[in-house]
Design a protein around this ligand. Structure first.
Ligand SMILES: Cc1cc2nc3c(=O)[nH]c(=O)nc-3n(C[C@H](O)[C@H](O)[C@H](O)COP(=O)(O)OP(=O)(O)OC[C@H]3O[C@@H](n4cnc5c(N)ncnc54)[C@H](O)[C@@H]3O)c2cc1C
Length: 447
């Protein structure tokens, strides 16, 4: 097929958001009786799932302290549930298990899940929490837990398998996905600021509407869009802060314990929910019994055949390199700089053993292979879904986004002229207006 010189809808990024937008846009065009074929083109400089979507742990949850995030996640979980087989989605549920410092925040999450009809169970108190966990896992042994939120929906999906499932849905509806094509510049209409074409390493492609879903490369597309590196942020306390970096990078550390995934089953032999534990209980080494940390720590884990064992991660850390100097490429496990450390492996396996007796003595089973990757977060760590220059839509998910499969559906509707209430709290002008999202006591930048 010849290299195209035009697409009505040009989408940059064959990650979860670019492909979900392409799939839903094609669906809408076909429903409206319009010809979808040949109108939607997805470009990626590498390949399908070569960014964050290809290495995501794949956890799908609702558990967010911010009401707008929770509503958006409830919508996205619905999209995952629409076709679990093609999307390689496992609806096993999700648990947030916490110590006292987080109990009130999680109680409010539960109340609001009740209000939006998102099914969950909430257990409070040390004894009741312990009994609830032992009822699921007889070897549960984490101390200091005083609340358990058990979401009945959500679960996890299998990064690359899901991505190829989404790509197939889009291609079956006439979307063209072109890989190995890097966008290097945007071309403006002479009389307006709208973007008439993109320059690529293989030629210029004109477009009516440009949708950019760049994942960790958000920083670079922000510059291409002529947007400022530093912005004004009106904080939740009403104070105005000037010169705040729009972007920052965090390193996500994840790994795999190479034991049969069935090692982690519930007492009744079922695949368990995804488990997330945040606690301030002292964490002792599973290797020599020394103190790993007496500060707040958190881990998440699940049995996952796609990863070949028990897979999960821990709290990320901030990348200290100045934001404009961070090397995003080569990305993920290929990066010489940003991969999970030995300290992570020790902490994470110790934490697994802290929670379950069955994981004691298994440090040697940790899979010593490069893993993890960086995420590009906004100034308040929440997504920016917005429209610029009249015909450009940016999907910058602030690294929240594997679970947000439904965002592409909402963006497709907005591109076709509808306005989506669920996306309103994520506009760029919230920083200057001070319409920020509330902040929780969780150790994660994404809760
Ligand atoms: C280790 C890790 C674990 C995670 N786990 C979870 C999880 O369990 N649950 C969850 O909800 N989220 C998780 N996330 C976050 C989630 O993976 C991301 O938020 C999401 O995948 C981003 O999707 P995207 O489509 O925006 O970007 P990406 O998947 O990164 O796709 C962007 C694409 O744009 C392409 N591109 C970039 N620049 C150009 C250019 N100039 N020209 C052409 N193409 C270009 C890239 O090649 C890439 O394929 C995790 C992230 C990491 C790093």
């Amino acid at each position: 097929m010849a290299f195209p010189n035009h697409a009505d809808f040009l989408i940059v990024g064959a990650g979860i958001h670019g492909l979900s937008t392409a799939w839903h846009l094609a669906e809408r065009l076909i429903q409206a009786g319009q010809k979808g074929e040949g109108r939607i083109l997805v470009l990626d400089k590498s390949g399908i799932a070569s960014g964050a979507s290809g290495i995501a742990c794949g956890v799908v949850r609702n558990n967010y302290f911010q009401p707008a995030m929770r509503k958006l996640m409830a919508h996205s979980v619905g999209v995952w549930e629409s076709d679990p087989v093609a999307l390689s989605y496992h609806p096993v549920g999700y648990m947030q298990i916490s110590s006292e410092s987080m109990r009130e925040d999680v109680a409010s999450i539960y109340e609001q899940q009740l209000a939006i009809g998102y099914e969950s169970t909430f257990v409070e108190g040390a004894d009741a929490s312990d009994a609830y966990m032992k009822d699921l896992f007889s070897d549960w042994q984490a101390q200091g837990i005083t609340s358990v939120l058990h979401e009945k929906r959500g679960g996890f999906s299998n990064n690359t398998k899901s991505m190829y499932g989404i790509a197939k849905k889009a291609e079956d509806l006439g979307v063209r996905i072109l890989t190995g094509v890097e966008v290097v510049g945007l071309v403006s209409e002479s009389a307006s600021s709208s973007i008439s074409a993109v320059e690529t390493n293989r030629g210029v492609i004109s477009c009516e509407h440009l949708i950019v879903a760049p994942g960790p490369w958000a920083r670079d597309f922000w510059t291409m869009l002529g947007m400022p590196d530093q912005i004004i942020v009106k904080g939740l306390d009403g104070q105005v802060h000037e010169g705040v970096d729009m972007w920052r990078f965090w390193q996500l550390e994840e790994g795999v314990l190479q034991v049969p995934p069935e090692t982690l089953k519930t007492n009744d032999g079922k695949v368990p929910p995804v488990i997330h534990v945040d606690t301030d209980a002292p964490l002792m080494s599973c290797v020599d019994g020394s103190l790993v940390t007496d500060e707040m720590w958190g881990i998440y884990y699940k049995p996952d055949a796609h990863f070949g064992g028990i897979q999960g991660g821990a709290s990320p850390y901030k990348v200290k390199t100045p934001v404009n100097k961070v090397a995003i490429d080569p990305y993920g496990p290929s990066s010489p700089e940003f991969i999970a450390s030995d300290d992570f492996a020790h902490m994470w396996v110790s934490a697994l053993a802290h929670c379950h007796k069955r994981f004691e003595g298994l440090m040697g089973k940790y899979h010593r292979e490069a893993s993890g990757g960086i995420g590009c977060f906004t100034a308040d760590s929440f997504p920016v879904f917005d429209h610029f220059h009249g015909n450009v839509t940016l999907i910058a998910d602030s690294n929240h986004g594997w679970k947000m499969l439904g965002v592409g559906q909402l963006i497709a509707n907005e591109v076709l002229g509808e306005s989506e209430e669920l996306l309103e709290p994520f506009r760029f002008d919230r920083f200057e207006k001070g319409n920020l999202h509330p902040v929780s006591n969780s150790p994660y930048p994404w809760s």
